[in-house]
Design a binder for this molecule. Structure first.
Ligand code: PHE
Ligand code: ZN
Length: 883
């Protein structure tokens, strides 16, 4: 079924509409319009007769009026692309129903009714991967946010909670495993078919419903909760993938134990099932007791997954598990509250991963993601608060702002409260709202009451979009250091004027001679501008600010280069040390791109970077994981963010030039590091992982400085590799070079892994993201490769997301990169609109790009907007981007 819609002019004015286009834009859904649903669905019975091409669904809803809502003579049941084959009220067929668009309206005279609805669907034809769909011969569901309405008619909104009982019947041979939420209560045989009944005792919204049927095998284990409940754990995969599920299972058990210890949260069912599917729009889904995962976040072994993949599996397994409380037991009142579950759960998974490995390295990585994905969102046409006020298509709001900035906002509350008080606030939140559909406001109030904090002004973080800019100035006179902090929240679409927000900043003042400070402090900047005095400084101290990235803001300050060098070498806060390194490079590259600086000044900046990087390479007080962080040059997206209007070509060249120069200047040190790291074992312990990280980083510098030598080193690394990390790292470097080894190793890699989809995704991605001058040509020919398909989201993203994130190729001055992405969006939109719409933000940044390229980007957006049939997803993103 096709859910593609026909939008009209962005302003929705019928007179303006093109003849070929329907005369209305999709409706805007507003947070302020929230009203409780007039009916309660006490129980939901679902009966599925399953088949790949034809599935019959009978839904029986036990309805009663909601005393807290306005009385209505009808009930509106959402549907999408389905028809009611039968409608029965209290057992008798009824004709008092009508369709209103996709929704079914049934007249209900009394206060309690039982409504039965029959629908029929074709899962095999479902390329949107929402609702019930087929993947590699198995059947599975995805209902968040509004997929349940593609299965049956239902009040498909998160504040309607119901107790579900599910019966499934299917051909035994084709679908030997039948799963749904909760516990299996009965099963049986009926000829060549079999059936199973599952019951979930916990009331839940429809978006948490799940069903899976297929030929699957499981890794099974168990976990005994703190209350002594023995929980059966199963990870279901296709036959042949079982030996790659150990890490996921271990991660799950660690997550269950951690949530008990850290948040006091215990699991509440006898079974926890996870199913891996290869066709999935997102990372994974927290359906009650039956998580459905993208295979990418389940399958891992050392030969096929990188160290980063291992961490991602652990993080996503934990994330979905943590949702059992932050999302499922306490769910969202409406989709404007999405960050209530996502921001909080991201924070919980980040804290978990910090505890499982190196906390500073995890923090630095999280900040890097925030800055390279969320900051651009916040400064562009798609900026929205973590609690949005309106949307057309909710799928477009599964953003870095909702997830990652949402997590930062809660992290700030935690910093201000302190860990213990924060925990009290969380306990109160869970206790107060267990079994309810709550709001962000409920969460803030619970933290206020439980932690004893005043968050009155802090609530602005939920309503104001945009990354605050904090200007920092430090003066010194006599024995007094005077710190002046001022803030400005920039205007964003629909929000021209902003108010100052409380910004918690961890700071320290260093004594230059001793290299120490007398203690870190947390200062909260509440006003537009504030001045703080610190006594007892005979000499001007060096300021370390926003340590640990205590607030998701941009810091602007005049700081002498020698102070940054000092912090890069001696700050005891690892994040601040990383930050000083980044600032050194950002400052220098900014100078180079802006031009006009005297050559000696420029060279002094460059020299400072070489000295700092040299010290990082030699520093034996830090481990290799941290060394790797300090070795990474700031990414081009982040660099582009620094300028009001960026020239991607100039930024790319400046960064590459610096990398080349550093590679030459520090060639021996880098080669020495590569050699030392090559002696580490191919194991998964942190030291070995760290060695692999610095090894490939060293190669990237050397590849810029001395491509021939680096090509040989990379080929040797590839040949000697016993881990995917080493192999992929080497191949990534080779993919950017024009050497014979490039071709040979790419071919070898393909042949070695041709039957492994996830690894072939890597093969596509590393060519699409390569530094090779012909990267665009490569992408065009890979588009026609026999293994390429737009029907599998992982595969589509492996080629095109990697390409959109390759600045030199995507921002080619000819505009060819933009055209490629626009063509993709148009081709993918009718197949999988959710996935297609996720490519729009890459083009949407045109206002912040130099005029020549900006015109080309805008032109492509206009071309998309002019297409005759666009999904609501893509339409919304394109029209907001054109603004
Ligand atoms: N709720 C999922 C998560 O963050 C993400 C998701 C959203 C998955 C929508 C599928 C569809 O854990
Ligand atoms: Zn989530």
């Amino acid at each position: 079924m096709d859910i593609a819609r026909t939008p009209a002019t962005p302003d929705g004015n019928p007179e303006m509409a093109d003849a070929a286009v329907e005369p209305h834009a999709p409706a805007l859904i507003r947070r302020e319009d929230y009203a409780p649903f007039p009916w309660r669905v006490a129980a939901t019975h679902l009966d599925f007769d399953l088949g790949l091409e034809k599935t019959r669904v009978e839904a029986r809803l036990t309805l009663e009026r909601n005393p807290e809502a306005e009385r209505s003579p009808t009930i509106r049941l959402n549907g999408e692309g389905i028809r009611p084959l039968e409608v029965r009220c209290d057992g008798a067929s009824t004709s008092s129903h009508t369709m209103e668009g996709d929704d079914l309206i049934v007249t209900l005279p009394g206060d309690a009714h039982e409504l039965t609805l029959v629908t029929e669907i074709d899962p095999a034809a479902n390329s949107q991967l929402m609702g019930l769909f087929a993947s590699n011969g198995m059947l599975c569901t995805q209902c968040e946010a509004e997929g349940f309405r593609r299965i049956t008619f239902f009040p498909d909104r998160p504040d309607v909670l119901s107790v579900y009982t599910v019966r499934m019947r299917a051909p035994k041979a084709e679908f030997p495993v039948l799963l749904a939420n909760g516990n299996c209560t009965a099963e049986g045989d009926d000829g060549d078919h079999h059936w199973a009944e599952w019951h979930d005792p916990w009331p839940k919204p429809s978006y948490l419903f799940a069903l899976v049927a297929g030929d699957l095998v499981a890794r099974s284990d168990s976990f005994t909760t703190m209350g002594g409940r023995k929980v059966a754990l199963n990870i279901f995969v296709r036959d042949g993938d079982l030996d790659r599920t150990e890490h996921a299972m271990e991660s799950l058990k660690r997550a269950m134990a951690w949530d008990e210890q850290t948040f006091g949260r215990e699991y509440d069912l006898d079974i926890y099932n996870i199913v891996a599917v290869s066709d999935f729009n997102m990372g994974a889904m927290e359906n009650k007791g039956l998580n459905v995962f993208n295979t990418k976040y389940v399958l891992a072994d050392i030969d096929t997954a990188t160290d980063g993949d291992f961490d991602a599996v652990e993080g996503v397994i934990a994330h979905e598990y943590f949702h059992n409380w932050s999302g499922n037991r306490v769910t969202c009142r409406d989709w404007f509250q999405l960050s209530l579950k996502e921001g909080f759960t991201v924070l919980r998974d980040q804290l978990f991963s910090q505890d499982m490995g190196s906390a500073p390295v995890k923090r630095i990585g999280d900040v890097r993601v925030l800055r390279s994905v969320q900051f651009p969102e916040d400064s562009g046409p798609l900026a929205h608060p973590i609690r949005p006020d309106s949307y057309q298509e909710i799928s477009n709001f599964y953003t870095a702002t909702i997830y990652n900035k949402g997590a930062e906002v809660i992290r700030m509350m935690r910093s201000m409260a302190g860990e213990e008080a924060f925990r009290k606030g969380c306990d109160l939140y869970f206790e107060r709202h267990d079994g309810e559909a709550a709001t962000c406001e409920d969460f803030v109030t619970a933290i206020e009451d439980g932690a004893g904090l005043d968050l009155e002004r802090f609530r602005l973080w939920y309503s104001q979009a945009g990354t605050p800019r904090v200007t920092v100035a430090l003066a010194h006179e006599g024995e007094t250091a005077t710190l002046t902090l001022s803030q400005e929240v920039p205007p964003t679409p629909g929000q021209p004027d902003k108010q100052p927000m409380p910004i918690p900043l961890r700071i320290a003042l260093f004594d230059r001679d001793s290299g120490t400070h007398s203690g870190e402090q947390l200062v909260v900047l509440n006003e537009a501008s504030e001045t703080l005095r610190f006594e007892g400084f005979a000499a001007p101290p060096v300021l370390s600010v926003n340590r640990g990235f205590s607030a998701p803001v941009r810091i602007e300050r005049e700081i002498a280069r020698d102070e940054l060098t000092f912090l890069a070498a001696s700050d005891d806060d690892p994040f601040a040390r990383y930050e000083a390194m980044q600032d050194l490079v950002v400052g220098h590259l900014g100078d180079v791109v802006a031009g006009g600086l005297a050559a000696e000044e420029r060279e002094a900046g460059r020299d400072a970077i070489r000295t700092a990087l040299g010290a990082v390479l030699a520093d034996d007080r830090i481990d290799d994981q941290m060394r790797g962080e300090l070795m990474m040059l700031p990414g081009e997206t982040y660099l582009m963010e620094q300028a009001l209007v960026a020239d991607p070509g100039a930024i790319h060249n400046a960064r590459e030039t610096l990398k080349t120069w550093l590679g030459r200047e520090l060639g021996e040190e880098l080669a020495g590091l590569h050699e030392r790291a090559s002696r580490a074992p191919g194991t998964l312990d942190p030291a070995a992982q760290g060695a692999r990280k610095v090894k490939t980083l060293a190669l990237t510098y050397l590849a810029a400085a001395d491509p021939r030598r680096a090509s040989q080193m990379a080929a040797a690394q590839y040949d000697g590799a016993t881990t995917m990390t080493d192999r992929q790292g080497a191949l990534m470097v080779l993919a950017g070079l024009e050497t014979a080894d490039r071709t040979a190793k790419l071919l070898d890699f393909y042949n070695r892994y041709r039957s492994n989809d996830l690894v072939i995704d890597k093969w596509f991605a590393l060519q699409a993201s390569s530094l090779h001058p012909q990267a665009i040509e490569h992408v065009k020919s890979l588009r026609n490769h026999g293994d390429f398909t737009l029907r599998n989201p992982n595969r589509a993203r492996s080629l095109y997301m990697a390409f959109a994130g390759n600045p030199q190729a995507f921002h080619a001055a000819s505009g060819e990169g933009y055209r490629l992405i626009a063509d993709l969006i148009l081709e993918l939109d009718p197949i999988n609109s959710q996935t297609a719409a996720r490519f729009v933000p890459a083009l949407g940044r045109w206002r912040r790009i130099e005029p020549g390229r900006a015109a080309l980007m805008r032109g492509e957006l206009e071309r998309i907007a002019g297409a005759s049939q666009l999904s609501r997803d893509t339409f919304e993103q394109v029209s907001r981007s054109l603004g």
